[in-house]
Design a protein around this ligand. Structure first.
Ligand SMILES: Cc1ncc(COP(=O)(O)O)c(C=O)c1O
Length: 366
């Protein structure tokens, strides 16, 4: 399999580093902050058997309530959004088939498609258009014979959201090619401005929405994800899930159902509050440096363009020498950029950015 560069980069350095600005989600919350005494007692009573293999009806109904015209039969519970993406890719892409991935993007589905020997066409978002795809590029890449189109919306790494026009162009092209869309929406709910980001669910028939509690909810350690899709396809993906993890973690199932039924709005509000509080720190930093950006609309991440002729891995390595971890653009197949997260503790962010500022001054001075 192609190496998942970003995941390996993060797991190698995130533990020892002082200022981890590589995280894309919201600062995680503890169980103590989340659950009341009665809920804790409920969790303590959960028998540690296998969970129902597609997720209990109770959990799937709670997940389904995030989407309109969606029922438990449209949901498969998975171990994180990663497993959801893995199953969605396996279920839609045949060996050697033609697939399109939007770039820049979280590189998981791209890597799986390469592993499957697919003919992977890259559809580039355009920075000058606010990280939207050009309609002619959509039409040119999603040709007949395309089996699947993978995207993330809100997008990782840019924090941009597809406009209605872009979504329509992608949906129309997919419909014409009879292709599946895999829409990774794990950052939905982490909006810096505006309402809840629109979902592709309900906009196009053959869509698989993947998501989970890892980003907007600040609960990556629970490892709860899901796929939302047409009933028949969910049954097929469930059969693949028998080969991967069988069932999700039983405690996760219980906590996940509580979170979605009772704490959803509270957690989303917490996430947005952190994003809105930290955003000005990042904005001031960008304004004081030679960096350029399209300010992110959602997700606690920004994709910053730098003006120096230097590979992004070199710049990221120099940041690491100053105890700051961020993600080089090359790990999204975009040179000349750095991805910086801003969903963490404000002090860590502020101090990490100050170190970056002095690094950039050094680079500027040659
Ligand atoms: C777009 C996207 N999808 C999926 C994942 C992985 O999610 P999870 O931790 O729920 O497996 C990430 C993690 O960074 C991500 O950015």
């Amino acid at each position: 399999m192609p190496r998942f560069e970003m995941e390996r980069w993060q797991s190698t350095y995130e533990r020892g580093v002082k200022f981890n600005l590589s995280e894309s989600g919201i600062e995680p919350i503890t169980l103590r902050e989340l659950l009341d005494e009665e809920e804790v007692r409920t969790i303590l009573k959960v028998p540690l058997g296998y969970a129902e293999t597609r997720g209990s009806e109770h959990l799937r109904s709670a997940i389904a309530s995030l989407y309109e015209d969606c029922g438990p039969e449209n949901i498969l519970a998975t171990t994180g959004t990663s497993e959801a993406n893995f199953l969605a890719a396996l279920g839609t892409m045949g060996r050697g088939s033609r697939v399109v991935t939007i770039l820049p993007n979280y590189m998981q589905v791209w890597g799986i498609a390469r592993f499957l020997g697919c003919d992977v066409e890259e559809l580039r978002l355009r920075e000058e258009a606010g990280w939207q795809p050009a309609e002619e590029d959509v039409k040119g890449s999603v040709r007949p014979g395309t089996r699947a189109i993978a995207l993330s919306n809100p997008n990782n790494p840019t924090g941009a959201r597809l406009t209605e026009e872009s979504r329509r162009a992608i949906n129309d092209a997919a419909s014409e090619a009879n292709a599946w869309i895999i829409s990774d929406e794990v950052y939905r709910g982490a909006e810096r401005k505006g309402d809840l980001s629109p979902t592709l669910w309900g906009e196009y028939e053959n869509v698989l929405v993947t998501s989970g509690l890892s980003k907007a909810f600040g609960l990556p350690g629970l490892r709860l994800g899901w796929i939302c899709g047409p009933r028949d396809m969910i049954e097929e993906l469930w059969a693949i899930h028998d080969y991967t993890t069988i069932a999700i973690n039983k405690i996760t199932e219980a906590i996940g159902a509580l979170v979605l039924a009772r704490w959803r709005e509270k957690l989303w509000a917490r996430g947005r509050e952190i994003i809105r509080r930290n955003f000005p720190l990042l904005r001031d930093f960008v304004e004081q440096t030679d960096l350029a950006w399209v300010p992110p609309e959602a997700g606690a991440i920004a994709f910053l363009r730098y003006p120096w002729e230097m590979p992004s891995i070199e710049l990221a390595t120099r940041a690491l020498q100053r105890d700051v971890l961020l993600v080089p653009g090359s790990q999204f197949r975009e040179e000349g950029y750095l991805r910086v997260g801003f969903g963490m503790d404000s002090e860590v962010l502020e101090r990490g950015l100050a170190r970056l500022e002095s690094l950039f001054e050094e680079v500027d001075a040659g």
